[in-house]
Design a protein around this ligand. Sequence first.
Ligand code: C2E
Ligand code: MG
Ligand code: MG
Ligand code: MG
Length: 289
Amino acid sequence: QNARAEGNGLSIFNPSAYAQWRANRDLVADLQRAVGAGEFSMHYQPIVDLNTGGIIAAEALLRWTRPDGTPVSPAQFIPLAEQSGEITIIGDWVLDQVCADLAGLWSAHRVPVTVNVSAHQLRDAGFADRVLNRLRSADLPGQSLIVEITETVLITTVTDAANTIAQLQQLRDHGVRIAIDDFGTGYSSLAYLRELPVDILKMDGSFTSHQIEDGSPREIAFVRTIVALGRSLNLVTLAEAVETPGQAERLRRIGCHLAQGYHFARPAPIGTLHELLTAERPGTLETAA
Ligand code: C2E
Ligand code: MG
Ligand code: MG
Ligand code: MG
């Protein structure tokens, strides 16, 4: 069987593209099994206030470990889950797990969790209702959750855009805050910032380069501009992938509010986050801005 006969839309047979297509097809089949088989788990990465060093939130990151112990990166399987439609089931699993973990976290520490949501999930007109129902059943206020919009696909039609805005607005009306993820790359463009109701601007990790630490004027200009844009729109600014003390200090001096990255803590199971929070006295998202 060649790729054309299997109907994947390739017009010219290309052995390496075909191998890739087969690998992806197998991965999708495994994905469909993985939810029911309990192969998913959530890790949490602390988000800190650059001025106080205190943990003020945590990002929930999905982990998939195959039965033989091999991890699969979300950067690899999330795009496939979006294409195959599996993201709806996975996204619901993520919401359930995050709400379960959040119940204890919120009552003990009053620390909100940010959850990644793809544009595909927001297309579903019932999305905001499902999120709000889960919060309600777990007795959690909207303030305990932050939704990070991850752009892997462009919102193409006016209907899509209007629906996305309506979903986000409904969440916001109930106190859920909205972050725009990976800002400055891909589709997370200025137009998104203009159109969508947003509270937090999350600058893409590629701007947190080692050159900002070394003082490269060109690299620093980008960071300054993004932070200034965020601040002038009254948004909380957050830098991701901060790996060194030099990067953290540079970002703080530029006026970026929050950061996350290996320099502070790696993503880890919920128990680790509890331990870190128990060891310190946290500030809040409100006092950081
Ligand atoms: P993201 O939302 O931009 O998440 C940040 C990524 O940076 C995470 O990768 C995190 O582990 C990684 N990271 C954290 N600190 C550092 C650092 O200091 N240096 C570097 N180089 N990287 C750091 P991860 O966990 O592999 O996730 C990749 C992407 O997959 C996420 O990017 C997000 O777009 C998507 N994703 C993860 N979990 C979910 C989920 O539950 N739902 C959806 N829809 N997407 C998810
Ligand atoms: Mg994110
Ligand atoms: Mg990001
Ligand atoms: Mg990123």
